[in-house]
Ligand binder design. Structure first.
Ligand SMILES: NC(=O)c1ccc[n+]([C@@H]2O[C@H](COP(=O)([O-])OP(=O)(O)OC[C@H]3O[C@@H](n4cnc5c(N)ncnc54)[C@H](O)[C@@H]3O)[C@@H](O)[C@H]2O)c1
Length: 276
């Protein structure tokens, strides 16, 4: 049996990474929505990949475990790309924390049991995680290391404290970037790496929902005033993902990579400063 690359959340970012690392391997495209997985698999099959579609719900451990077992049954799982997510305009606080925070932790726990030596995983976090003011050292440690099933019971994630979807998204994405530090230790014991990418606005259906949603004007201004002056493309995230998951990335683990056209830099030190 050969190598297997699993894409969880078969949207444009996950696909862009998988296209670059999936040649000659089995590419399993899994999504909450069967039609999204099928559409992605069709594109991959037409482009010569050995691809198959399936469903998964990252907010369900049973579902993620079943996918991990199916993947391991298909070959050596050398790549895991978790690009499943819901954005602040798409879902309530509880769903954002369940999918983007808890779901990501579950994916690392379950795929950490089947990842092959030399394998690597990525989770797609967000620039939003870089906007959140610093948490305490204890909160950082809890987000990095609390077992997934206890995560949502942490007091600072309770619905009394997190009342706004953007805050929930920021916490979830900060949580992803911290989680890879916690997991890098365990994955290292299997000879595998684990990292996160924090993109700025990358044009996909999710980003288009944001650009036309209640916060759209703010996002459009953000792009105009950013150093790069434009949104990113899924392929630019794909290139970074391929670097991290390929031979070039073997000394990189437990790290988060901000790729946002300089929006965060400008938000802290340039014209995008909140009180500028
Ligand atoms: N597009 C951007 O500007 C941007 C910026 C920063 C971060 N991100 C993050 O990148 C990731 C991928 O987003 P995208 O822009 O490719 O969006 P997308 O909408 O194209 O893809 C996201 C996919 O996740 C799937 N999904 C949602 N809930 C799921 C669940 N519970 N289980 C399994 N799959 C589920 C959706 O069905 C969808 O196919 C997300 O985590 C998002 O937060 C995107």
């Amino acid at each position: 049996m050969g190598e297997v690359v699993v894409v969880i959340g078969a949207g444009l970012i996950g696909q862009a990474i998988a296209r670059r690392i999936g040649a000659g391997k089995k590419v399993i495209l899994a999504d909450l929505r069967q039609e999204n997985a099928d559409a992605a698999a069709e594109v991959f099959l037409n482009a010569g990949f050995d691809a198959e579609a399936t469903t998964v719900d990252v907010s369900s451990r049973e579902s993620v475990r079943a996918l991990a077992q199916r993947s391991a049954g298909a070959g050596d799982v050398t790549g895991v790309i978790n690009a499943a997510g819901v954005s602040p305009s798409q879902a309530p606080v509880s769903a954002i924390l369940k999918v983007d925070l808890y779901g990501s932790a579950v994916v690392f726990e379950e795929f950490g049991e089947v990842i092959a030596p030399g394998g690597s995983a990525l989770v797609i976090a967000s620039q939003s995680g870089h906007r959140l003011p610093a948490l305490t050292a204890e909160q950082d440690r809890l987000l990095a290391t609390t077992p997934a099933d206890a995560l949502l019971a942490l007091p600072f994630l309770s619905e009394d404290v997190v009342t706004d979807t953007l805050h929930a998204y920021q916490l979830a994405k900060r949580g992803n970037a911290l989680r890879v530090r916690g997991e890098a230790v365990r994955w290292g014991e299997r000879g595998a790496t684990v990292n996160s990418i924090s993109p700025g606005i990358v044009i996909t259906p999710l980003a288009r929902d944001e650009l036309t949603g209640p916060r759209g004007a703010g996002y459009r201004r953000m792009l105009e005033l950013s150093p790069a002056g434009r949104a990113g493309t899924p392929d630019e995230i794909g290139a970074l993902g391929a670097f991290l998951m390929g031979e070039t990335g073997r000394w990189i683990t437990g790290s988060d990579f901000l790729i946002d056209g300089g929006v965060t830099a400008s938000w802290y030190y340039g014209p995008l400063q909140p009180d500028a």
